[in-house]
Design a protein around this ligand. Structure first.
Ligand code: GLN
Length: 396
């Protein structure tokens, strides 16, 4: 076949984003949208005001490609003070780059690390962005599942996934979609394997401010020997409820600091400059902002758990972090696999969720589960409750 009229081989195994597709379906059929993970409440007023001011008064032109200095400095300051002294090495001029969201950060990291012939380990269930990032780099994804109901990281299973071709591992904690927060012991196990097998870790730490019941986030880069082999990817989207602003960042030492910057430089140039200025202002919100926000997230999580228990969904436990939960739908007596069920639930019951199978590549996993995202106003969750109750009742 001629190469005209067909897309490149790197797209062969990739399909559209079902997380985003379910938002489209929700809009189309007027469903309460508990599918794509974004808040339906507003960002803090100070942050919105800072953005309006930056648009009116500038800066409105390209930022330097690494990102606006004041935002890089604010992120460095934040990491240094939260994890003293682990990030003392961090120089915002050298080691931090502002990206268009974590999605760009993960792609840039993989493009900088991996190449054809390499394998990259993806811990499943996983965000659907990781496989494309590995494929774009021309590398092979290798999947290592965390098993329900507890989604604990089995270090021996991870060890078994490593081969002489393994180059990197992608790690996400707090975890989307399970709500797990990896504990120190699990992270130390990952660190030990990375050091033993000379692997680079790419960490997705976008939910680092959403942990429940007093848990504390542990960045992998803060563990002994890991700062030089970790690309920490984070962002402002979830912390400040600004997912549409596309503000993420990566923190890395050399050679990854320069490598990731090169990819970023030639793909997006820079994240939106006035929003970067507002992002810097967001970091001056005090501890009381984070405390209040966390209180609100606890209320959302607790209500979500109550609703699921009441409406015939089974869960393996309570989320420890992030704002998702995987739930089984056996009690709904629906014969469909997870995507059919999710589409049916959106269209017939009016609540949109994401089919569990989209978070796995290992056949058979996630098929009888769906993911609920609960970064929503309590009234939105209550509306979902009313619809789900009516829906399950109708099924007898
Ligand atoms: N991280 C969010 C989710 O998992 C949204 C990202 C996306 O649009 N794919 O729903």
């Amino acid at each position: 076949m001629s190469s005209r009229g067909r897309t490149s081989a790197r797209l062969e195994h990739l399909s559209e984003s079902w997380i985003r597709e379910m938002t489209r379906v929700a809009l189309e059929c007027g469903a309460v949208n508990l599918s794509q993970g974004y808040p339906d409440f507003d960002p803090p007023p100070e942050v919105r005001e800072a953005a309006a001011k930056a648009v009116l008064e500038g800066p409105n032109q390209y930022a330097v490609t690494w990102g606006l200095a004041e935002l890089r400095e604010a992120i460095a300051e934040n990491l240094k003070s939260r994890y003293t002294p682990a990030f003392d090495w961090l120089d915002p001029d050298l080691h931090i780059t502002i990206t268009c969201g974590v999605t760009e950060g993960i792609v840039a990291a993989l493009m900088a690390i991996a190449e054809p012939g390499d394998e990259v380990i993806i811990i499943e269930p996983a965000h659907e962005n990781y496989t494309p990032a590995v494929r774009f780099a021309g590398a092979e994804p290798v999947y290592m599942p965390l098993l329900p109901p507890r989604y604990e990281l089995d270090i021996e299973r991870l060890r078994a996934a490593i081969t002489p071709r393994s180059k990197a591992v992608i790690l996400n904690t707090p975890h989307n979609p399970s709500g797990r927060v990896l504990n120190r012991e699990e992270l130390l196990g990952v660190a030990e394997l990375c050091i033993e097998h000379d692997l680079v870790a790419v960490t997705d730490e976008i939910y680092d401010r959403i942990l429940y019941d007093g848990r504390e986030h542990i960045p992998l880069a803060t563990l002994p020997g890991m700062d030089e082999r970790t690309i920490t990817v984070g962002g402002l989207s979830k912390t400040f409820a600004i997912t549409g602003w596309r503000l993420g960042f990566f923190v890395a030492r050399e050679p990854w600091a320069t490598g990731t910057r090169t990819v970023h430089d030639f793909t997006t140039i820079c994240a939106p400059t006035p929003l970067q200025a507002a992002g810097a202002a967001a970091y001056s919100l005090g501890e009381d902002f984070y405390a209040r926000q966390l209180e609100d997230y606890h209320a959302r999580r607790d209500l979500m758990m109550e609703i699921l228990a009441e409406t015939g969904f089974t869960t393996g436990g309570t989320p420890e972090g992030a704002y998702y939960i995987m739930a089984g739908y056996e009690d709904w007596n629906h014969p469909g696999e997870s995507n059919d069920f999710a589409l049916w639930l959106a269209r017939e019951v009016g609540v949109a969720v994401v089919g569990g199978s989209h978070f796995y590549n290992t056949p058979g996993l996630g098929e009888r589960q769906v993911r609920f995202a609960f970064a929503k106003k309590l009234e939105t969750l209550e509306e979902a409750r009313a619809r789900l109750l009516a829906g399950i009742k109708a099924r007898g």
